[in-house]
Design a protein around this ligand. Structure first.
Ligand code: NAD
Length: 373
């Protein structure tokens, strides 16, 4: 069985689906791997590294002739047109946002599996690319933000005077937010955190952050650990709390996502105006509409004296680690689904059921079926 890895074509993307180390592991398990020439360059993996690991390095035609394509980003219509009828593809799919791509995969009877649909269960942790990439993104958001700040993070006592620590305000204590808290704390900042899920308070405090509690605003509905529904009353009280805190913040990092929906606006233009000149906002939700009303996707802009960082692909700014971790995630899922004879689909099994989108010309994912039919 042949596994193919394409060079990612999405703008600003530097990651690659397999690292040379993971190629070596797949070779040991008797899979052939063909890598497109130059596919690893953005992640500092040379063609020679892949050859040394036992891969074939070749042009795009040979990669498309593979039985299973492993990718980072959702395949494009042009890529699907070149895929082999009845082959398989594993990548991020965000199926509910891209019905035309899912239909195109289905028309070619391609078995497709979505990395963003891996269930958040202990057994699937090694396949969880959303978490591995969010972890890196949380770290990078702090580093990037600190770079735009004209001041340091830690308390510093010098003969020339005392420098007070920077104040970092973080919205959302999911995987990315928790990593951002840990990174900012290690650099010496004072860190305050807001999340709609009260159960995150303990996690925030264990990392040395201060949790901002929205008092008397009722219970937030959650499902599978995700924030599902926040009442208007809660959002109003939260906004008041943010208004008070944001004026003092040096760096604000927003990570608040609501699965399958546009991100909530937590920082309004008025709030940006109230911030200190020279402060910075890193809007990690910019790809799904943004948590800041005036941040701009893939741009860093200065508005009302505040630098707004709208980098939508933070993991790609750490391509080496991001590709290493993604390669582990995707190969673990691949080995869960395939053996050297081919696909072993068991739709009764939770992980397979969670990730499988199309198979043998059928829409097999409940969610996708409901959207496309
Ligand atoms: P996410 O990226 O979906 O959301 C980020 C955070 O934003 C969440 O904590 C959410 O509560 C918060 N948020 C939403 N609206 C907000 C608002 N208005 N104001 C402030 N904060 C707001 O989260 P994630 O990192 O994908 O994690 C989601 C859940 O999945 C968590 O419970 C996490 O612990 C869990 N998880 C479990 C596993 C596992 O068991 N294998 C792995 C990863 C994550």
């Amino acid at each position: 069985m042949k596994i193919g890895v394409l060079k990612e074509t999405k703008e600003f993307e530097r990651r690659v689906a397999l690292s040379p180390d993971v190629v070596k592991l797949l070779k040991k398990k008797e899979f052939d791997v063909v890598i497109e020439t130059g596919a690893g360059e953005g992640s500092y993996f040379s063609d020679q590294d892949y050859l040394n690991a036992g891969a074939i390095v070749s042009g795009v035609a040979e990669v498309f002739a593979s039985d299973v394509l492993l990718k980072v980003n959702i395949p494009t219509l042009e890529e699907i047109a070149q895929m082999k009828q009845g082959s398989a593809c594993i990548s991020y799919m965000y199926a509910y946002q891209h019905p035309e791509i899912i239909e195109a995969l289905n028309r070619k009877s391609i078995s497709s599996f979505s990395m963003d649909a891996v269930p958040r269960i202990s057994r699937a942790q090694k396949m969880d690319a959303l978490s591995s990439q969010a972890n890196l993104a949380g770290y990078k958001a702090v580093i990037l933000g600190s770079n735009y700040l004209g001041k340091i993070f830690p308390l510093m006592m010098t003969a020339s005077g005392t420098i007070t620590p920077a104040k970092v305000l973080i919205f959302g204590a999911g995987v990315a937010g928790l990593q951002a808290i840990a990174t900012a704390k290690r650099l010496g900042a004072i860190v305050e955190v807001s999340d709609v899920r009260p159960e995150t308070k303990e996690q925030v405090e264990s990392l040395g952050g201060r949790f901002l509690t929205v008092e008397g605003a009722g219970v937030v509905k959650t499902e599978g650990g995700y924030a599902r529904e926040v009442s208007a009353e809660f959002l109003e009280k939260q906004q008041q709390l943010i208004k008070d805190k944001i004026k003092d913040a040096d760096l604000v990092i927003t990570t608040a996502l609501v699965m399958g929906r546009k991100s909530p606006i937590l920082v309004t233009e008025e709030m940006v105006k109230s911030m200190k000149t020279g402060s910075v906002i890193v809007d990690m939700a910019v790809d799904s509409g943004g948590n800041c009303a005036i941040s701009e996707k893939d741009k860093t802009v200065v508005k009302h004296g505040v630098t707004l960082v709208g980098e939508s692909n933070l993991p790609s700014l750490l391509p080496l680690n991001a590709s290493q971790l993604y390669a582990t995630n995707i190969s673990t899922l691949f080995l869960h689904l395939f053996n050297s004879f081919g696909l072993i689909p068991n739709l009764e099994e939770e992980i397979t059921k969670g990730v499988m989108i199309t198979h043998e010309g059928q829409l097999v994912h409940e969610f996708t079926k409901s959207i496309l039919n």
